[in-house]
Design a protein around this ligand. Structure first.
Ligand code: NAD
Ligand code: ZN
Ligand code: ZN
Length: 362
C-alpha cells in the first residue's frame, strides 16, 4: 500500500516528504488512515538527536484517524472506527501491566519495534517512531495501541490526546495528583505544560503559577486558569514562586521543559514536603545535581513522569469528555493546522515557540 510520509533520513536533517510502502498488517495489527497528527517537542528532539531515534524513520506519535484494516487477532475495533493511537502499546500481562502500570509495560517497546511497518519507495526498511508514525497519510500499528473514540470528536483535538494532553494532564491527574486547594507551579507552557495546567484547574488547585519566557504562552496560560504568571526574565524563578506562595514554595511543581536547569529550578521552587514532577524529556547525558541535605531536611518528593502514567483506554475517552463538556479547552491548544508537506514549518513553530500546537491534517 503506497502512502505519503515525512521521512527522517538522517538525524539532524530536515524531514523529507516521500512515498512509503506499508507492510501487510500482521494478525495483531491494524492499519490507521491518519486524519491529524500533533507535533510534539519529542518529535523535534528525535529529529535533532536530542532524544534517541532509529533512522531512517517516520516520526509522529500524537495521531488520530480511522481504522482501515484489522488483523484477525484484534477484536476491540472495526473498520471505520475513529481512534487515537497510544505510543505505549501495553501488553496487558507483564509484571508492570499486572500492577496497573501500563505506561511502564515491559513488552511495549520490543513488540512495537518488532512489528512489520514500512519501506521507502526504493524498498529500504523504515523504522517506526514509537509504533505510531503519524506524520503520514496512513500507518500500521499494534492493535493494542489504538483506543476507539466517539465519532463526533474533531480529529485535531483527538490527536493531541495521543501524547501532549495525555502526558501533561496525566501528570496532574495520575503521576502527582493535584488536590483541591493546593498550589501548583508549571514550568514550560507548551502543549504538555498547558495540559498540566488545565488538569490542575479541573482538580481545583487554589493557586496555579505558570512560568515561561514566551509572553503569548503566559497569556494563554492565564486564559486557561493560571492565577499567576512568571517570566524567568524577571529574576530567580524559585524565588518568584516562593513570593507567591507565602515564602514556602508550591505544593507541586511540574517541569515541562526537559532541561537540567529547569529541573533544578523546579526542585528549588517546591515547598518543604512538596513534590517535584519531571515531565520534560531531557537528553540521555543530562544530570541534575541534587542537594542531599535539601532532599532529607525538606522532605521533598521527586517523581519522574512517563506518559502521564496513563491507562489509555480509561484516560483518553475521559480527557475527551472533559473537553466536550467545556472543562478543558483542548481545542485552544491547536493554534495552526498545516498539510503534511509543511511539517518542517511545524518544527520551526516549535523551535521558536510560535503558537502552541501545530497539527498536521490530511
Ligand atoms: N514525559 C513524557 O512522557 C513526555 C511526553 C511528551 C513530551 N515530553 C516532553 O515534554 C516537554 C514539553 O513538550 P512540549 O511539546 O510541550 O514542548 P514545547 O516546546 O511546546 O514547550 C516547551 C516550553 O518550555 C518553555 N521554556 C523554555 N525554557 C524555559 C525556562 N527556562 N523556563 C520555563 N519555560 C521554558 C518554552 O518557551 C516552551 O513554551 C519536552 O521536553 C517533551 O520532549 C515528555
Ligand atoms: Zn510527545
Ligand atoms: Zn505489559
Amino acid at each position: 500500500m503506497r502512502e505519503r510520509a515525512a521521512i527522517l533520513r538522517e538525524i539532524g536533517q530536515p524531514l523529507e516528504i516521500g512515498d512509503i510502502v506499508l507492510a501487510d498488517i500482521a494478525p495483531n495489527q491494524v492499519r490507521v488512515r491518519i486524519a491529524a497528527s500533533g507535533v510534539c517537542h519529542s518529535d523535534l528532539s528525535q529529529a535533532t538527536g536530542a532524544l534517541p531515534a532509529g533512522a531512517p524513520c517516520v516520526l509522529g506519535h500524537e495521531g488520530a484517524g480511522v481504522i482501515e484494516a484489522v488483523g484477525s487477532e484484534v477484536h476491540h475495533v472495526e473498520v471505520g472506527d475513529h481512534v487515537v493511537i497510544a505510543w505505549t502499546a501495553a501488553c496487558g500481562h507483564c509484571w508492570f501491566c499486572n500492577r496497573g502500570e501500563l505506561h511502564l509495560c515491559r513488552n511495549a517497546i520490543p513488540d512495537t519495534y518488532a512489528m512489520p511497518y514500512a519501506t521507502d519507495a526504493d524498498g529500504a526498511a523504515l523504522f517506526t517512531s514509537m509504533g505510531v508514525s503519524s506524520f503520514a497519510t496512513a500507518t500500521n500499528c499494534l492493535g493494542r495501541a489504538v483506543v476507539p473514540i466517539p465519532r463526533d470528536i474533531p480529529f485535531d483535538v483527538a490527536a493531541l490526546v495521543g501524547c501532549g494532553v495525555a502526558t501533561g494532564a496525566g501528570a496532574a491527574l495520575n503521576t502527582a495528583p493535584v488536590e483541591h486547594g493546593t498550589s501548583v507551579a508549571v514550568l514550560g507552557l507548551g502543549g504538555v505544560g498547558l495540559a498540566t495546567l488545565m488538569a490542575a484547574a479541573v482538580r481545583g488547585a487554589a493557586e496555579i503559577i505558570a512560568i515561561d519566557p514566551v509572553a503569548a504562552r503566559r497569556e494563554a496560560a492565564a486564559s486557561f486558569g493560571a492565577t499567576h504568571v512568571v517570566d524567568p526574565a524577571d529574576g530567580d524563578v524559585a524565588r518568584q514562586v516562593r513570593a507567591i506562595t507565602g515564602r514556602r514554595g508550591a505544593d507541586i511543581v511540574f517541569e515541562a521543559v526537559g532541561r537540567s536547569a529547569t529541573i533544578d529550578t523546579a526542585i528549588k521552587a517546591t515547598r518543604r514536603g512538596g513534590t517535584t514532577c519531571v515531565v520534560g524529556a531531557a537528553m540521555p547525558g543530562d544530570d541534575v545535581a541534587l542537594s542531599a541535605y535539601d532532599l532529607f531536611m525538606n522532605a521533598k518528593t521527586l517523581v519522574g513522569c512517563q506518559y502521564g502514567s496513563v491507562v489509555p483506554a480509561r484516560d483518553f475517552p475521559m480527557l475527551l469528555e472533559l473537553w466536550r463538556n467545556g472543562r478543558m479547552p483542548l481545542d485552544r491548544l491547536v493554534t495552526r493546522r498545516v498539510a503534511l508537506d509543511e511539517v518542517n514549518d511545524a518544527f520551526a513553530d516549535l523551535s521558536s515557540g510560535a503558537g502552541i500546537r501545530t497539527v498536521l491534517v490530511n
